[in-house]
Write a protein that binds this ligand. Structure first.
Ligand code: NAG
Ligand code: NAG
Ligand code: NAG
Ligand code: NAG
Length: 448
């Protein structure tokens, strides 16, 4: 285990915060509140070692302050209102300029190669110490900052870990923010050159804000935390552009229909799902799910701007049995994913909201109790991950953290080489062991 020494902890506030114009109130939608008990998603980028002359901490903090002036919701806090009249609670985001957590740390026993070339290809457990908000849940945003950073100096590199509240932003908004921050840090640009943030307007006709959630639903005790760390293992699988086109062609070749086109990500997801199930010893009657986290901005009617800031995602869930999967090929599974994605329409999204308001259900995500019948595909290979140069070089790797939250979680990222896709995969150790030795699987993917 690596010793992580915290050198300093601070709060970075947005530059020239103006109580009058900046103090916006953001109402939360059912899809936001659905994440009330979810842990902050955490990601991190590995960088080469900067020149010792580069004052990276002060540069990062001052540019962060400018970036937060633009992306001011991240610098706010969650507010809870208790409505004693009907025994419900409501939440909103108060963009009050409270600021964000910024930790500066050092791990002087860890080198870049410990992360890039870990023992047996397993994502190392020490990475957990490089993330700033392990185990923090969205509802803790009442006092916790809504985004947090940890910059950890290694022997020969720097790791920038971050976590954000999923009710405030989804991956797409998060990466827009991160791209802006790195650009400000690199170029010293003034915020005036950046377009103002487009906030999500209230687009739910017939649903009043703020939404009221019964105390009884909010107070449901969290499920006991089962420490599954010894049972789970994480590896990163890489698909080269050659692998991707091969799998995509195979999947599409198996479905005789002109009007359906299985995308690259759908083909890779179908391939991962099949390979995992094949190595999981499940009975053929067992019902299995593949959940894809989808950006709904352009699917709404009227559509939201692509850059629209906020959380606008939902899960598209494909449900089949093991027997059906085994009987049918890759193309059939890819087609199920394509159909599921296609079924997420404006109507579907709005019906979910209407039903949710009548009976709010807040799941506990991630569920630490191992569920062996589901895989979740999150993040996206289309996010701009490797373009984030703060002034001392581009990232050399991306990782999700912390180590062991949930079984069946697949986090998709672009590979460092153009056109590659990498999938950080968390599975039961015994399934991972079999998958890592599956000759068929290894014809199309390699362990990073
Ligand atoms: C690496 O894998 C081999 C074979 O699977 C195993 O025997 C060994 O214990 C593993 N080493 C570590 C450090 O996990
Ligand atoms: C797994 O999670 C637990 C609880 O959060 C943590 O203490 C442990 O260090 C983690 N293990 C790894 C390998 O990340
Ligand atoms: C796909 O990946 C495997 C393992 O990484 C490799 O051996 C194979 O040549 C690749 N195939 C193509 C078509 O790129
Ligand atoms: C999935 O199927 C639809 C037809 O319903 C098609 O238009 C689309 O291109 C396919 N691919 C994706 C990525 O949705």
């Amino acid at each position: 285990m690596a010793d992580v020494v915290v050198i300093s902890k601070s709060i970075v506030r947005p530059e020239s915060y103006n109580e009058g114009s900046d103090r916006v109130k953001i109402h939360l939608t059912p899809w936001d509140l659905f994440f009330l008990r979810s842990e902050y998603p955490q990601r991190g980028l590995l960088y080469p070692k900067p020149d010792p002359e580069t004052q990276i901490i002060s540069r990062l903090k001052s540019s962060l302050s400018v970036a937060l002036k633009i992306f001011y919701p991240f610098a706010g806090r969650l507010v809870k209102i208790e409505n004693e009249d009907d025994k419900t609670a409501s939440f909103y985001v108060d963009c009050d300029g409270s600021g964000v957590k910024f930790i500066y740390a050092s791990a002087k026993t860890v080198s870049v190669s410990d992360i890039l070339k870990p023992v047996n290809g397993t994502v190392p457990g020490f990475l957990t110490g490089f993330f700033p908000v392990n185990g923090v849940r969205s509802c803790e945003g009442l006092t916790e900052s809504l985004i947090a950073f940890q910059v950890t100096e290694l022997i020969d590199g720097v790791f920038i870990g971050f976590g954000y509240n999923h009710m405030i932003a989804d991956g797409s908004s998060f990466w827009n923010f991160f791209n802006t921050w790195s650009e400000i840090c690199l170029t010293g640009s003034n915020r005036k050159e950046f377009p103002p943030l487009v906030l999500r307007r209230w687009f739910l006709n017939g649903i009043d804000s703020p939404i009221r959630i019964p105390f009884s639903e909010i107070e449901t005790p969290p499920s006991p935390i089962v420490d599954t760390s010894s049972l789970l293992q994480e590896k990163i699988f890489r698909f080269t552009s050659g692998n991707i086109s091969e799998l995509k062609a195979k999947a599409n070749g198996e479905v005789n229909s002109d009007d359906r086109r299985i995308s690259s990500l759908q083909a890779i997801s179908a391939f991962m799902w099949r390979s995992i199930v094949k190595n999981s010893d499940l009975d053929s009657e067992e019902v299995i799910h593949c959940k894809l986290l989808m950006d709904m901005r352009r699917r709404l009617n009227p559509p939201l701007e692509k850059e629209c800031f906020g959380n606008v995602v939902c899960f598209a869930t494909a449900t089949i049995t093991v027997g059906e999967m085994v009987k049918n090929g890759l193309g059939w599974v890819g087609l199920q994913l394509n159909k599921t994605v296609g079924s997420k329409t404006n109507e579907d999204f709005r019906v979910f909201a209407e039903n949710w308001v009548k009976k709010p259900i807040i799941p506990i995500l991630p569920n630490r109790v191992a569920v062996s019948n589901s895989v979740i595909v999150a993040s996206s290979p289309w996010f701009n991950v490797y373009g984030n140069d703060f002034g001392w070089g581009k990232p050399i790797a991306v990782r999700a953290g912390p180590g062991n939250v949930t079984e069946g979680k697949l986090i998709a990222y672009p590979g460092i080489e153009q056109g590659n896709i990498e999938i950080q995969t968390c599975l039961s150790s015994h399934v991972m062991e079999k998958l890592s030795n599956d000759v068929e699987f290894l014809k199309h993917a390699c362990v990073v």
